[in-house]
Write a protein that binds this ligand. Structure first.
Ligand SMILES: [Mn+2]
Length: 457
């Protein structure tokens, strides 16, 4: 299937257009435009000589990643995305190196608590900045632009990614592995939280599973399985500088100590979101820390509801806490709940992600995602913010349906790390022309609904 989008691409340009910069120049030189203007200048390639990536990539002999190794991995993925068919990815990253990277990262991630804390005890100081990133959805070139634009992770630059690394975009695997490499290289500076798309259910519907099978062919099932195992290890939330809570979806409910037994009939799997709706109340940090996050798909019923809440919930302008009926999992929460959460935990900000321009189109009362972020609730104790970091999302969409949204990321600065600085950016163009890994015309328009029939099987 051809991608129905008109911009010139790396492989077929109008004859009067000068050739695009070579892959490495595109990434390291020309993708440096100001964050609010066009994200690249393909007509004026800067002829600075960049090294070609060293491929195939092998795991370092002593098992220690270096900046040079991570840089070469980025260069190699970028180059490969522009010069090789998808099935040639193993010639860039052989499965042996993939295995070592994912195994090393998984071990680190599994050890992290459900809610990671970034504070003075973990190196946050008067020179530090914390960059918070929202959904990236396999948009490799935009992620690399973001990293360069914000400045790569360093002793003074922390990164918290709010999840949804894969699905929709065509380079979910490269994007996820790139972020894993940064995690392994700087484990105390890079934090990767789980998104709802880091699950078996979402990746089987929205492209990532097919992408992995196309790229690693006969080893594809193995690679996909290892990725799912790694997803299970991802922590759920972060607290930055004791003042900012971040998570993919948002806040979460309190779970009664002895949940009522229900839904005994196994055949008729209808959703029992919570029959005691009036009893819904906000969960505590202790409950979040105790939740069992190692699940392929966060459950929407039963006693282990906190992971599903954290990954799938959405804010609302209507007061109160209620089941998120549109999504079939998670919660909707109002400004009063934002206030209660912030006040109880002595926080100033909630930064969540999870809603792109398509989702926001259907949420009256909440802002559109045109510039990559919205301020959803303003309450006495602070604010609730949504940040979405995938510009021109989704990448595969009929031209007339495109949102042409900017992406954004947030910088938190000293001394208190509680005042958000927003940076919006446009999509990198041109991007390599590829086929989607899901049927974007047939698959439901947003990720709002859990298809329970497919989950039950
Ligand atoms: Mn999401």
């Amino acid at each position: 299937m051809l991608e129905p989008e008109p911009p010139a691409t790396a492989v077929s340009l109008p004859s009067e257009t000068p050739p695009p910069p070579s892959s490495d120049e595109d990434f390291f030189s020309s993708a440096s435009a100001a964050s609010t203007s066009s994200a690249s200048s393909p007509l004026t390639p800067i002829p600075s000589p960049q090294p070609h990536p060293q491929i195939p990539i092998s795991w370092p002999q002593d098992g220690t990643l270096t900046l040079a190794w991570v840089t070469n991995l980025m260069l190699a993925f970028d180059w490969g995305s522009k010069n090789l068919p998808p099935a040639e990815l193993p010639s860039v990253l052989p499965v042996e190196a993939f295995d070592r990277l994912v195994l090393t990262a998984s071990k680190m991630l599994h050890k992290e608590p459900n809610c990671v804390r970034i504070d003075s005890g973990s190196g946050l100081g008067p020179e530090s900045r914390v960059v918070v990133v929202g959904d990236v959805h396999g948009q490799l070139h935009d992620v690399m632009f973001l990293l360069k634009d914000a400045g790569f992770p360093s002793d003074d630059r922390f990164f918290v990614f709010n999840g949804d690394y894969v699905d929709r975009g065509a380079w979910g695997l490269e994007t996820f592995l790139l972020l894993l490499a940064w995690k392994v290289f700087m484990p105390s500076r890079v934090f990767l939280l789980r998104g709802n798309h880091e699950s078996k259910y979402c990746t089987s519907v929205y492209g990532f599973e097919k992408e992995v099978l196309a790229k690693y062919t006969d080893r594809g099932k193995h690679v996909y399985r290892k990725c799912l195992g790694c997803f299970e290890g991802l922590p759920l939330a972060s607290i930055i500088g004791d003042k900012v809570y971040t998570a993919h979806g948002g806040i979460f409910r309190s779970i009664p100590v002895t949940p009522a037994k229900r839904a005994k009939g196994k055949k008729n799997r209808k959703i029992v979101l919570n029959p005691e709706v009036s009893a819904l109340s906000l969960g505590s940090l202790e409950e979040l820390l105790k939740a069992r996050r190692s699940v392929l798909d966060p459950p929407w019923e039963g006693a282990n509801l906190i992971p599903g809440d954290v990954l799938w919930s959405d804010p609302s302008m209507k007061p109160g806490l209620s089941p998120n009926k549109d999504r079939g999992i998670g919660l909707l929460w109002g400004p009063d709940c934002t206030e209660e959460f912030l006040k109880t935990l002595n926080l100033k900000l909630i930064i969540r992600s999870h809603e792109g321009p398509d989702a926001r189109e259907k949420r009256p009362g909440l802002g559109g995602m045109d510039v990559g972020y919205t301020i959803d609730h303003v309450v006495p104790s602070g604010k609730l913010i949504t940040v979405f970091s995938a510009p021109d999302y989704p990448q595969f969409q009929a031209t007339e349906d495109r949102y042409r949204n900017k992406g954004a990321y947030i910088i938190l600065e000293p001394p208190n790390f509680d005042v958000p600085v927003f940076r919006s950016f446009e999509a990198v163009t041109p991007r390599p022309k590829v086929n989607p890994y899901y049927d974007f015309e047939d698959v439901i328009d947003s990720d709002e609904e859990l298809d329970l029939a497919s989950m039950a099987t």
